[in-house]
Design a protein around this ligand. Structure first.
Ligand code: UD1
Length: 324
């Protein structure tokens, strides 16, 4: 049994990771400032984990969180490209300063390895597809700059201090527990929840932009593989974590009509500032170094995700019915 710290444990990816670690019998500590995460995401495992409500922008919280830990899975972040366009300073503080605090604390605590949630946004609008780790990063939004800076710090701490770090560039992760209720929510969470309510989703632009949507279980698996892959192959490295399949928003909408039963059409609005057009990953690096392979494809992931949101919806209806 190893001791894991999941930062951002009350968030979408962090809580999915924590459930898997608990299921495997690992010892789990989590830290979260509950700014975008929710305690409800930890409901079933609350008694089996240690939880620190705190902010990693505070160095003492980071030190407390890392004490006695073997592996840090650093998922805590302030996500969203448009949020960072509206408020670049918060993105900087939460995504860069907090990450530096985690690295300093991990080094001081003698942590074995830090796995970092990096982002595909680092590539920007590179015309060549698929995107390969050897391509020169070209971040557009402040969010992309912040996430890329975190990667560079990961590499620096490996090169300068010998702290083992692995950066996983996530490509548009989706699945159960992704927050659908913020203006900054990710596209699939927003579309599924509005279509299940019978409301038209809004597609920004012509809908021909594409993403390599990645089901969250694949990301969980990649994190656990990244903890245990041999250091000669993984330490100081950056890997794409994706499905390796490119889906347009128009195709997403058509598939969701099938899965949700929504019969209406979509609204089309103006393109979003800072958006990139196409995203598709080459995942051969993660395959070779970590043994990563996406086990759940896009359509199956979407089915499971729709089923989860449907259950949440009917759950709240029955709660309302009981309350009345
Ligand atoms: C970006 C990153 C992703 C990162 C995420 C964090 C890329 C390719 N991806 O996601 O790795 O995890 O930030 O927040 O840079 N859209 C609509 N209608 C909506 C909402 C969104 O049409 O209501 C469109 C957006 O304009 C965009 C696409 O859907 O073209 C995906 O948007 P979103 O889910 O916000 O993610 P990215 O910005 O692609």
């Amino acid at each position: 049994m190893s001791r894991y710290l999941v930062t951002g444990i009350a968030g979408f990816i962090g809580s999915n990771l924590a459930r898997q670690l608990v299921a495997r019998g690992e010892q789990v500590r989590g830290v979260d400032n509950l700014s975008t995460g929710h305690r409800a995401n930890l409901e079933e495992i609350a008694g089996q984990i240690e939880f620190i409500a705190g902010d990693l922008k505070d160095a003492d919280t980071a030190a407390q969180a890392c004490a006695g830990i073997d592996y840090v899975l650093h998922q805590a972040a302030l996500p969203s490209v448009p949020r960072s366009v509206a408020d670049p300073r918060s993105s900087h503080d939460n995504n860069i300063t907090a990450t530096l605090n985690v690295l300093l604390a991990a080094r001081a605590a003698g942590v074995k390895r830090v796995v970092y949630a990096a982002s595909s946004s680092a590539y920007g609008n590179t015309p060549t597809l698929p995107k390969h780790e050897s391509m020169r990063p070209n971040p557009i939004s402040p969010y992309a700059v912040a996430k890329l800076t975190g990667e560079l710090y990961m590499q620096s701490f490996w090169r300068v201090y010998g702290l083992e770090t692995v950066s996983l560039r996530y490509f548009n992760v989706f699945g159960p527990r992704q927050d659908a209720n913020s203006q900054y929510s990710a596209v699939l969470a927003k579309f599924i929840s509005s279509m299940l309510r019978g409301e038209a989703p809004t597609i920004f632009g012509d809908g021909e932009q594409s993403r390599d949507f990645t089901y969250v279980d694949n990301v969980v698996e990649a994190n656990l593989q990244a903890c245990h892959a041999p250091a000669e192959r993984a330490a100081g490295e950056v890997f794409n974590v994706a499905t390796g399949e490119r889906i347009t928003l128009n195709h997403v909408f058509a598939t969701l009509k099938e899965l949700t039963g929504y019969a209406g059409s979509a609204h089309y609005g103006p393109e979003r500032a800072g958006d990139i057009k196409h995203s598709l990953a080459d995942i051969s690096g993660a395959r070779a170094a970590l043994g990563y392979a996406p086990r759940v494809d896009f359509k199956e992931g979407l089915r499971r995700t729709v089923a989860w949101y449907r259950e949440q919806g009917s759950g709240s209806e029955s709660r309302r019915a009981r309350a009345s």
